[in-house]
Design a protein around this ligand. Structure first.
Ligand SMILES: Nc1ccn([C@@H]2O[C@H](COP(=O)(O)OP(=O)(O)OP(=O)(O)O)[C@@H](O)[C@H]2O)c(=O)n1
Ligand SMILES: C[C@](O)(CO)[C@H](O)COP(=O)(O)O
Length: 242
């Protein structure tokens, strides 16, 4: 009980706005294994013990009806999306009514293969004694990454130091909300939330991510996502139940 008081359950902020330009349509409502992508995302947070409440950002009527269909008992509310990712995060953070010390998990709704295990590991690291300013799941990079300019290689990076980062990313609610008071141009240059903490001099801890926690970005990702879900459900034939 004392431990539960020291570490109140985290809240999740699931981003589901955006146009899906690279996918050709908003991807959070695309069907995977017979369910909208966002359904799978919300279910993972519902099943994660470390999460007490779930907020979303997106088209409110659609998100609410989906949360109901998915049986999300932790669902609290949905904020209006902004014109780009960080303004959607900001909008969602303003809806969160918890104490500033509460851990907030910002997650791409389009990472619909996130697991309760990964979520709980992130919260565990965020509430550990050494109290990092941010916790981010990451995987080693397997391709060689080159810096290019005008179609020509400028240099090749040392990939032993490179990590591909994912969401959920965990922070203290008060800190992340304060960092989102920055001008829109500054927020617009950030491609994830952790980079705002880094630029503010904060300490961001990396924990082992999950290779299957892919982000639906372009059409070919759907094939992979279907296959991963099928394997998790013990079905060797991707798409067989859709
Ligand atoms: N204005 C935005 C843009 C993105 N997102 C969310 O942020 C996550 C990552 O965004 P991204 O993959 O870039 O989505 P889109 O902006 O829709 O895609 P694109 O860049 O191809 O248009 C997604 O879960 C998306 O729903 C959001 O809530 N609000
Ligand atoms: C936050 C993120 O998922 C970390 O990998 C990624 O930066 C989002 O990028 P997007 O272009 O907004 O999809």
């Amino acid at each position: 009980m004392a431990n539960a008081m020291a570490n109140p359950p985290a809240v999740a902020l699931v981003l589901a706005g955006g146009l899906g330009t690279r996918m050709g349509r908003p991807k959070q409502f695309l069907t995977l294994r017979g369910r909208p992508a966002l359904y799978h995302t919300l279910r993972a947070f519902e099943e994660a013990d470390s999460v007490g409440r779930v907020y979303a950002v997106g088209d409110r009527p659609r998100v609410e009806s989906l949360a109901k269909e998915a049986g999300i008992s932790k669902y609290v509310g949905c904020a209006e999306p902004g014109p780009f990712r960080q303004l959607s995060t900001k909008s969602g953070l303003l809806l969160c009514e918890e104490d500033p010390e509460t851990v907030v998990l910002v997650h791409d709704g389009s990472r619909c293969l996130v697991t309760p295990d990964l979520i709980d590991r992130i919260v565990g690291a965020a509430t550990a004694e050494d109290h990092p300013d941010g916790v981010v799941p990451a995987t080693p990079v397997s391709d060689t990454i080159k810096v290019a300019r005008g179609g020509e290689v400028v240099k090749t990076l040392d990939r032993t130091e490179l990590r591909a980062v994912q969401t959920p990313q965990a922070f203290r609610l008060g800190l992340l909300r304060r960092l989102h008071e920055a001008p829109d141009e500054y927020l617009g240059a950030a491609t994830d939330d952790a980079s705002l903490v880094e630029r503010n001099g904060g300490r961001v801890l990396l924990i082992e991510g999950d290779k299957t926690n892919i982000k639906l970005t372009s059409p070919e990702d759907l094939v992979l996502a279907e296959a991963i879900l099928a394997a998790r459900e013990g079905d060797p034939r991707p798409g067989a139940s859709t």
